[in-house]
Design a protein around this ligand. Structure first.
Ligand SMILES: [Zn+2]
Length: 433
């Protein structure tokens, strides 16, 4: 049923673009982003048998490093992953920028100067679901559904609302709009998604400066994102599902010192031996948890489908804001991870590192869609026999968005970024492309 329909729809795009598309139709694509995951953690955990889903992807497909461009700022890199282009071309160069009145505001989807993978797939007649991807506010009218990356802050506000304040009206966080009303219901569901308990449940085991209560909320946030993605996937069975899980990055910023020798720090964060071992194991458990969430997301994807798991950078020892003990600032942290499994994926591991710019061309080629000449990336070496059709550019594709008013949660998102040291670190870059 799906294949001829898929081929026909791709054919329409090929006709529109005046090019020839040769690849045979395949199944669906799942692309999971895990912010800040590094092989320094993943490889020993796979060897210890603790990440069964990433291990299965590596066994049946490819696993290796994914190289980012510097500076290692998530919005730049995640937008490169979703466009195949360097930041100078796609336009999302940092976290925030001044608006016309000089007030700092977050980069928005409307600041992206080029179509993203979800726009290209939508235009090809494929259905797409995008959940929590960086810089997707205001949401775009894709052929399917999109839930903005401002949704987590909404959830934080929702919790504040429990203390007496009026809950905000979620507007423009999801497309189609009907999902705005369904999101609070999904977020109220607290049935465990995995068997991995919250690693931060025993607050007293952690040093006070680690703020284990905030870390515990990262676990809930990732579960919420996965719940939304699973609900949309079940409802729409999209040809392309893109989900972004931020938790590993957020907990690594705090816990990283526990997996580095104290000699890595001029001024090591204070932890006694028990706190160090609790923090190190909590970080490992957070990877175990993320792997379990990936397993849930992969459940309905079989051997005809392409599953990709990627991260935007790794981690290294460093101090920020006086207490954060993990950073990503130097070439030592520029490698994230990429795991890929599906028809055409050559089994293997390691070098050469693919580039963050290669993800979109690789997914397009796998789907049988043309790769654009103005993309900085190329089809990854681990996709065999890919001779994708070419198109000069997708620049002309229409991108429709919901209204672009400041989101009800923008202040929350800014506060969160500040708490991670991002805005201070990125202040200069925020205004300099
Ligand atoms: Zn980070």
């Amino acid at each position: 049923m799906r294949a001829p329909c898929f081929a026909a729809r791709v054919g329409v795009l090929c006709l529109l673009l005046g090019t020839a598309c040769g690849s045979a139709p395949r199944g669906r694509v799942l692309l999971v982003g895990i912010d800040g995951a590094t092989l320094r953690m993943v490889t020993p955990l796979i060897e210890a048998g603790r990440l069964p889903h990433l291990a299965a992807l590596a066994r049946d497909g490819f696993g290796g490093p994914l190289r980012a461009h510097e500076p290692l700022l998530s919005p730049r890199i995640w937008t490169s992953i979703a466009t195949g282009m360097d930041p100078r071309r796609h336009g999302i160069v940092s976290f925030a920028r001044p608006d016309a009145a000089g007030v700092r505001q977050l980069y928005r989807s409307s600041d992206r100067r080029v179509p993203a993978l979800w726009n290209i797939a939508s235009a090809a007649g494929l259905s797409v679901v995008v959940v929590n991807w960086w810089n997707t506010y205001p949401v775009e009218k894709v052929r399917g559904a999109m839930v903005s990356d401002h949704v987590l802050a909404m959830e934080i506000q929702g919790r504040r609302a429990l203390t007496g304040a009026e809950p905000p009206t979620p507007a423009s966080l999801a497309w189609p709009r009907v999902w705005n009303a369904r999101l609070p219901q999904l977020l109220r569901d607290d049935a465990p998604l995995t068997r991995v308990a919250n690693p931060f449940a025993q607050r007293e085991r952690f040093a006070a400066w680690m703020n284990s209560e905030a870390l515990a909320r990262r676990y809930e946030n990732d579960a919420d994102i996965a719940r939304i993605a699973l609900a949309l996937e079940a409802a729409l069975s999209p040809d392309l599902l893109m989900v972004f899980l931020p938790g590993i990055d957020r907990v690594s910023h705090v816990l990283w010192a526990a997996v580095e020798p104290t000699s890595a720090y001029a001024d090591p964060p204070r932890m006694d031996a028990e706190q160090r071992s609790a923090a190190a194991e909590a970080l490992r458990l957070y990877y175990v948890y993320s792997d379990a969430l990936i397993g849930r997301l992969m459940q309905r994807y079989g051997e005809r489908d392409l599953v990709l798991v990627v991260s935007d950078h790794g981690f290294e020892a460093g101090r920020a804001l006086g207490f954060l003990s993990g950073v990503h600032k130097s070439p030592g942290a520029r490698d994230g991870v990429i795991f890929a499994r599906g028809p055409g994926i050559v089994a293997g591991a390691g070098e050469p590192a693919a580039s963050v710019n290669d993800v979109t061309p690789t997914v397009l080629a796998w789907l049988g869609l043309p790769v654009a000449d103005d993309m900085d990336g190329r089809v990854a070496h681990f996709l065999a026999g890919a001779a994708p059709a070419r198109v000069a550019s997708y620049a002309g594709l229409p991108v429709e968005r919901l209204e672009s008013a400041v989101s009800v949660t923008e202040r929350e998102v800014l506060a969160e970024l500040r708490s991670l040291g991002y805005l201070d670190d990125a202040g200069g870059a925020a205004v300099t492309p």
